[in-house]
Design a protein around this ligand. Structure first.
Ligand code: KG4
Ligand code: ZN
Length: 409
């Protein structure tokens, strides 16, 4: 019997936590919330020992979007090999892992369940603690792996991905306060749908790219970046919520108008797609800036003072944080308030196993009550999941009027 098994619940936790503090420990992170199978090993100093990522992008782009049962099949087919590759890359034996972290929420249930079952089986076999991870929290904490000193808790975070758009104050793992979120689409989702409608995937260079990446690249080809203008969403709502449905519908309309005027063939792309993409990025940046600006001002209100007298540190994370135009605009906004801004390295902005492993490390180091779980069967997946606390009502009640900072360029 494994030595840990001889100890009672709390003692096991204390023994492991004590060990983790004394020496370098390794946490494996398993991510299968959507269409990427990610498995990685990170040590308690934040050094990445292995990072294996199996993308399903090529498969799903053929069908114009993710088909959940197919995503599940692909996760199932690839997870064992990804695990073996990860251990090999790290030069570690499974027994050397201190814990297994796995995304349990939010995400596509059919995808999440593959990762959880695999992680549960592994944890039970190795008699290691299983650390359930909230996917969006993992995005939020990732930048701390690379900048631990510069990003102390609490910090302000703008989360922009394919499924979410949220502003939150991050106090630690499991301790996020929501300030605002999207009322409809997420920005990455809007980019993917608009990119598809624009038919960027028929251009060979973009064939295997996601919509956001293709739009960012195409925008650099603009001759007249101001040719397209987009309405500012929620301009009358003095809160930190987002909306991208209007920008998406406007895009569809503008593309259709141009296609008719140019008689674009059914498998063709409008001639000034670069101008369109530049305008779209500017419109999305402006909206993200406005809502983030109000969040900064909310945090600084004398009755709130979420960060004392200091300006908050701002982190931008999630797949859309890959976008240099969007990040530069948010960093520019942060500058105006004396806030330092960060984003994870590009390879860690999008979904990956490293961020899940790092969230596991943060859980271990934070000594969170109940973070070391051996009740494997009690841990389950959740398709949707919010944060611990919400200040959304307080933000709305504060009805802050801002003097808007304009996007760059
Ligand atoms: O965080 P992520 O990998 O998965 C989710 O949790 O959703 O984000 C994926 C999203 C996609 O919708 C994709 O279009 C977007 O991130 N994305 C980008 C860029 N790269 C990926 N959006 C804008 N610019 C990019 N360079
Ligand atoms: Zn994500």
């Amino acid at each position: 019997m494994h030595a840990l098994k001889c100890l009672a619940g709390n003692e096991v936790g204390n023994a492991i936590r004590g060990g983790i503090r004394r020496r370098l420990s390794y946490v494996m992170g398993i991510e299968t919330s959507c269409d990427d199978t990610g498995i990685a090993i990170v040590d308690t100093n934040g050094r990445v020992r292995a990072n294996v990522l199996e993308s399903q992008q090529e498969f799903h782009t053929r069908y114009g979007g993710i088909i959940p049962p197919r995503a599940q099949d692909l996760h199932r087919a690839r997870i064992e090999t990804a695990y073996q590759r990860c251990l090999k890359e790290a030069h570690l034996a499974p027994e050397e892992l201190a814990a297994i972290a796995v995304t349990t929420r939010p995400g596509l249930p059919l995808s999440l369940v593959v990762g959880l079952r695999f992680a549960r089986h592994l944890a039970r076999r190795l008699q290691k603690p299983l650390l359930p991870v909230h996917h969006m929290e993992a995005h939020a904490l990732q930048a701390r792996m690379e900048h631990p000193e510069e990003i102390p808790f609490p910090f302000l975070c703008l989360l922009v991905s394919g499924g979410h758009c949220q502003l939150a104050v991050v106090h630690g793992p499991g301790r996020l306060t929501l300030l605002g979120q999207t009322l409809d689409d997420a920005p990455g989702e809007a980019f993917d749908k608009i990119g598809r409608r624009l038919r960027l995937h028929v251009l060979p260079e973009y064939r295997l790219w996601n919509g956001g990446r293709a739009i960012e690249h195409a925008a650099q080809l603009a001759n007249d970046p101001l040719a397209y203008e987009f309405p500012l969403p929620l301009s009358q709502q003095r809160n930190c919520n987002f909306s991208f449905a209007g920008i998406k519908n406007n895009s569809f309309r503008a593309i259709r108008t141009r296609e008719r005027a140019e008689r674009t063939p059914p498998d063709g792309v409008i001639s000034n797609y670069g101008d369109f993409c530049a305008g779209l990025l500017r419109g999305v940046s402006r909206h993200l800036m406005h809502r983030t600006q109000r969040a900064i001002e909310y945090c600084l209100l004398p009755q709130v003072r979420l960060f004392g007298d200091a300006p908050p540190t701002l982190v931008v994370s999630g797949g859309v944080a890959n976008n240099d135009t969007i990040y530069a605009n948010i960093a520019h906004l942060a500058d105006q308030y004396g806030c330092r801004s960060y984003r994870p390295s590009k390879r860690y902005c999008s979904d990956n196993g490293v961020m899940i492993a790092w969230h596991g490390v943060e859980q271990l180091l934070q000594d969170r009550e109940g973070s070391l779980r051996f009740d494997y069967d009690q841990i389950d997946i959740q398709g949707t999941a919010g944060f611990a606390e919400s200040h959304e009502e307080a933000v709305t009640a504060a009805a802050i009027k801002c003097k808007w900072i304009q996007p760059l360029g």
